[in-house]
Design a protein around this ligand. Structure first.
Ligand SMILES: Cc1cc2nc3c(=O)[nH]c(=O)nc-3n(C[C@H](O)[C@H](O)[C@H](O)COP(=O)(O)OP(=O)(O)OC[C@H]3O[C@@H](n4cnc5c(N)ncnc54)[C@H](O)[C@@H]3O)c2cc1C
Length: 402
């Protein structure tokens, strides 16, 4: 975060105290939303959010800002629909603009099997409370006149599922809204303070070791994105998570008014237009697990080629920037939230390539769990114990880019 932004926001930084009721590791969207919910909904304000770098420096400040609820299994549809609804209300609740914009999301199908997948998605969504309908190629063209329905002759558009609630919001503003709201309630958000170890009393986690000394805590929540296995290892805990880089790019500005978010799970890529008119694109995560945040020429080449099949006008734009984040991918492409089996240590992870849209509902649920000790029904299916119980929440198709 630069000094200019700090002058616009009401952020009061504190030196960390020796002890808190709750210590949250990681000031990304999930850590800060949990802190904000603890303070505003449960009156728990003796909370510290410790961040290794600047706030929002992880995936939350690097994502392509897409918010949607058109998932493939009932538990996910309900969870993400809750988040979609909370996002709509967030500006009113925090008093901060997050530049939220409902654009609608078109998910194109290019083959008969793609059509079957999109029909199944639409039916599942309707049954579980999210709005998604099948539309014809002509209806897709009405929503997005820039589409080439022949798909460059190779990927014809046979139809699409349409999710009118699909939206975007500025990722950095979401971080600041939660940080400012939590700090106003007395939460300490402490940047540039990496957690380097966990304090133990027998088996129980009783605090954290930081670069500026030990801090004791009633409860420790790990919300560290792609770094989660390193934090879990501090408690001798092995998580079923792999960290993979995920890349994105943005072009120069195109004429304003590119309407919906456009995605294709057969071409494994998606695009939307930013408030400044730039075209923002993403694709699948890098296949090689790594902590590298290097972006690659291969990504540029692959994503641009695929996109031009759907939207030929893109070939006349210039790529301004590309970047990468590191994502915490679970074996079933679903999040892992709640108890870890190590007393005093909770996790919110497995957010992979899809966790920005989950921030409001994830923060709400984790705060309730910490405040009451009871796992909220909405996230009960997403516990770590599901892997030992052989009850994975297989939702790979919903990741959108896998
Ligand atoms: C290129 C890209 C595009 C994406 N597009 C979308 C999208 O369109 N829609 C969507 O829903 N999701 C998207 N995602 C995924 C989404 O951004 C993430 O799932 C989400 O931001 C995760 O939030 P988080 O708070 O869990 O983690 P993060 O935002 O990564 O925050 C974790 C924080 O923990 C800090 N940290 C790590 N280790 C320590 C430590 N030891 N001590 C203290 N702090 C530590 C990090 O510095 C970081 O700031 C995308 C991700 C990327 C990379």
């Amino acid at each position: 975060m630069n000094e200019f932004v700090e002058t616009l926001l009401d952020l009061t930084w504190h030196e960390p105290k020796k002890s808190y009721d709750v210590v949250i590791i990681g000031a990304g969207g999930h850590g800060l939303a949990t802190a904000w919910n603890l303070a505003t909904k449960h009156g728990i304000t003796n909370v510290a959010v410790l961040e290794a770098n600047y706030i929002g420096s992880g995936n939350t400040g690097r994502n392509t800002t897409i918010i949607r609820a058109n998932y493939g299994i009932p538990e996910s549809v309900r969870f993400y629909q809750r988040s979609l609804d909370l996002y709509r209300a967030l500006e009113g609740e925090t008093g901060c603009s997050i530049v939220h914009s409902t654009k609608g999301l078109l998910w194109l199908a290019h083959t008969e099997s793609g059509m079957r997948a999109e029909r199944a998605r639409a039916l599942m969504n309707q049954a579980c409370g999210a709005e998604t309908v099948m539309i014809t190629p002509e209806e897709a063209l009405e929503l997005c006149p820039q589409l080439d329905l022949s798909g460059g002759g190779r990927y014809p558009v046979l139809g699409a599922s349409y999710h009118p609630g699909g939206a975007t919001a500025r990722h950095d503003r979401v971080v600041w809204a939660y940080a400012q709201g939590a700090m106003r309630q007395g939460v300490h958000v402490v940047p540039h303070t990496p957690v380097v170890g966990l304090l133990r009393d027998g088996e129980r986690v009783v605090g954290v070791q930081t670069s500026s000394g030990p801090i004791s805590a009633g409860v420790v929540l790990s919300a560290v994105g792609g770094r989660v296995t390193t934090v879990a290892a501090m408690a001798d805990l092995r998580l079923p998570i792999r960290t993979h880089p995920l890349q994105a790019l943005v072009t120069n500005a195109y004429a304003p008014g590119f309407g919906p978010i456009v995605a294709s799970s057969e071409l494994l890529c998606y695009v939307s237009q930013t408030g400044r008119g730039q075209m923002l694109m993403g694709a699948e995560f890098d296949s090689q697990p790594s902590y590298s945040m290097q972006s690659s020429y291969e990504f540029l080449q692959t994503v641009s080629t695929r996109m031009i099949h759907m939207l030929p006008f893109l070939r006349n734009l210039r790529i301004l920037r590309q970047w990468a984040g590191i994502c915490d991918i679970s074996p079933d492409y679903s999040p892992i939230m709640g108890f870890t089996g190590v007393e005093g240590l909770l996790i919110t992870t497995g957010w992979g390539t899809w966790g920005f849209k989950a921030i409001p509902a994830g923060g709400e649920a984790m705060a309730e769990l910490i405040a009451t000790g009871v796992t909220p029904k909405l996230i009960a299916a997403f516990g770590l114990s599901r892997f030992a119980a052989d009850h994975a929440m297989a939702d790979q198709g919903s990741a959108g880019t896998r």
